[in-house]
Design a protein around this ligand. Structure first.
Ligand code: SF4
Ligand code: SF4
Length: 109
Protein backbone atom coordinates (compact mmCIF):
# COMPACT_ATOMS: atom_id res chain seq x y z
CA UNK A 1 0.00 0.00 0.00
CA UNK A 2 1.38 3.42 -0.95
CA UNK A 3 1.79 6.34 1.49
CA UNK A 4 0.95 9.97 0.70
CA UNK A 5 3.95 11.20 2.73
CA UNK A 6 6.80 8.68 2.50
CA UNK A 7 9.69 9.12 4.92
CA UNK A 8 12.30 8.54 2.23
CA UNK A 9 11.37 9.68 -1.28
CA UNK A 10 12.59 7.45 -4.06
CA UNK A 11 14.25 10.37 -5.87
CA UNK A 12 16.57 11.26 -2.97
CA UNK A 13 15.17 14.80 -2.58
CA UNK A 14 14.45 16.15 0.93
CA UNK A 15 11.10 15.29 2.45
CA UNK A 16 8.61 18.02 3.28
CA UNK A 17 9.69 18.63 6.88
CA UNK A 18 13.34 19.04 5.82
CA UNK A 19 12.49 22.04 3.65
CA UNK A 20 12.93 25.58 5.10
CA UNK A 21 9.70 27.25 6.25
CA UNK A 22 7.92 29.00 3.42
CA UNK A 23 10.21 27.40 0.87
CA UNK A 24 12.70 30.23 1.38
CA UNK A 25 16.00 29.62 -0.34
CA UNK A 26 18.66 29.86 2.36
CA UNK A 27 21.56 29.43 -0.01
CA UNK A 28 22.37 31.68 -2.95
CA UNK A 29 23.67 28.64 -4.82
CA UNK A 30 25.40 29.46 -8.09
CA UNK A 31 24.25 33.08 -7.79
CA UNK A 32 27.09 33.74 -5.38
CA UNK A 33 29.60 32.83 -8.11
CA UNK A 34 28.02 34.91 -10.87
CA UNK A 35 27.56 38.66 -11.05
CA UNK A 36 24.35 39.79 -12.71
CA UNK A 37 24.65 43.53 -12.13
CA UNK A 38 25.39 44.16 -15.80
CA UNK A 39 21.86 42.94 -16.59
CA UNK A 40 20.60 46.28 -15.27
CA UNK A 41 22.28 48.00 -18.24
CA UNK A 42 19.43 50.03 -19.66
CA UNK A 43 17.15 49.00 -16.85
CA UNK A 44 16.53 50.10 -13.31
CA UNK A 45 18.38 50.08 -10.01
CA UNK A 46 16.49 49.62 -6.73
CA UNK A 47 17.28 52.15 -4.02
CA UNK A 48 16.30 51.49 -0.43
CA UNK A 49 15.45 54.21 2.07
CA UNK A 50 16.28 52.77 5.47
CA UNK A 51 14.51 55.69 7.13
CA UNK A 52 11.23 54.40 5.70
CA UNK A 53 11.99 50.66 5.97
CA UNK A 54 10.03 48.77 8.65
CA UNK A 55 12.22 45.63 8.37
CA UNK A 56 9.43 43.33 7.26
CA UNK A 57 12.00 41.41 5.16
CA UNK A 58 9.62 40.96 2.21
CA UNK A 59 12.40 42.16 -0.09
CA UNK A 60 14.93 39.76 1.40
CA UNK A 61 12.57 36.83 1.02
CA UNK A 62 11.48 37.67 -2.51
CA UNK A 63 14.73 38.73 -4.20
CA UNK A 64 15.63 35.88 -6.59
CA UNK A 65 19.33 36.70 -6.29
CA UNK A 66 19.64 37.10 -2.52
CA UNK A 67 20.85 40.70 -2.94
CA UNK A 68 19.63 42.06 0.38
CA UNK A 69 22.30 42.12 3.04
CA UNK A 70 21.17 41.52 6.61
CA UNK A 71 23.01 42.50 9.76
CA UNK A 72 21.55 41.33 13.06
CA UNK A 73 18.42 40.29 11.19
CA UNK A 74 17.88 43.69 9.61
CA UNK A 75 18.20 44.80 5.99
CA UNK A 76 21.15 47.16 5.64
CA UNK A 77 21.87 47.43 1.92
CA UNK A 78 21.60 45.87 -1.55
CA UNK A 79 24.41 43.99 -3.25
CA UNK A 80 24.45 45.55 -6.72
CA UNK A 81 26.98 43.05 -8.05
CA UNK A 82 24.16 40.52 -8.13
CA UNK A 83 21.09 42.73 -8.60
CA UNK A 84 19.68 42.30 -12.10
CA UNK A 85 17.08 45.03 -11.73
CA UNK A 86 14.01 42.82 -11.95
CA UNK A 87 12.07 45.13 -9.60
CA UNK A 88 10.49 42.34 -7.54
CA UNK A 89 11.77 43.88 -4.31
CA UNK A 90 10.13 47.24 -5.02
CA UNK A 91 6.91 45.44 -5.87
CA UNK A 92 6.97 43.40 -2.67
CA UNK A 93 7.80 46.29 -0.34
CA UNK A 94 4.47 47.14 1.32
CA UNK A 95 2.74 50.01 -0.55
CA UNK A 96 2.15 51.95 2.65
CA UNK A 97 5.92 51.85 3.29
CA UNK A 98 7.33 52.14 -0.24
CA UNK A 99 10.92 52.08 0.97
CA UNK A 100 12.32 50.84 -2.35
CA UNK A 101 12.19 52.91 -5.53
CA UNK A 102 13.47 51.97 -8.96
CA UNK A 103 15.71 54.53 -10.62
CA UNK A 104 16.97 54.40 -14.20
CA UNK A 105 20.43 52.84 -14.16
CA UNK A 106 21.79 55.36 -16.67
CA UNK A 107 21.44 58.08 -14.01
CA UNK A 108 24.36 56.46 -12.16
CA UNK A 109 26.69 56.91 -15.13
S1 SF4 B 1 15.72 44.38 -8.42
FE1 SF4 B 1 15.47 42.12 -8.37
S2 SF4 B 1 17.54 41.32 -8.23
FE2 SF4 B 1 17.67 43.48 -7.68
S3 SF4 B 1 17.49 43.54 -5.44
FE3 SF4 B 1 15.42 43.80 -6.28
S4 SF4 B 1 14.57 41.74 -6.35
FE4 SF4 B 1 16.79 41.51 -6.13
S1 SF4 C 1 10.25 45.15 1.90
FE1 SF4 C 1 10.51 47.35 2.24
S2 SF4 C 1 9.94 47.70 4.38
FE2 SF4 C 1 10.27 45.50 4.12
S3 SF4 C 1 12.42 45.17 4.71
FE3 SF4 C 1 12.40 45.48 2.48
S4 SF4 C 1 12.73 47.68 2.20
FE4 SF4 C 1 12.17 47.37 4.34
Amino acid sequence: MSSLAPDVPANGLPIWDELPPGGVSEDAGSTSRRTMGFWRGGGQRPLIDLNLCVQCLHCWVSCPDACFILEDGQVTCINYDHCKGCGICANECPPMVNAIVLVEERRFG
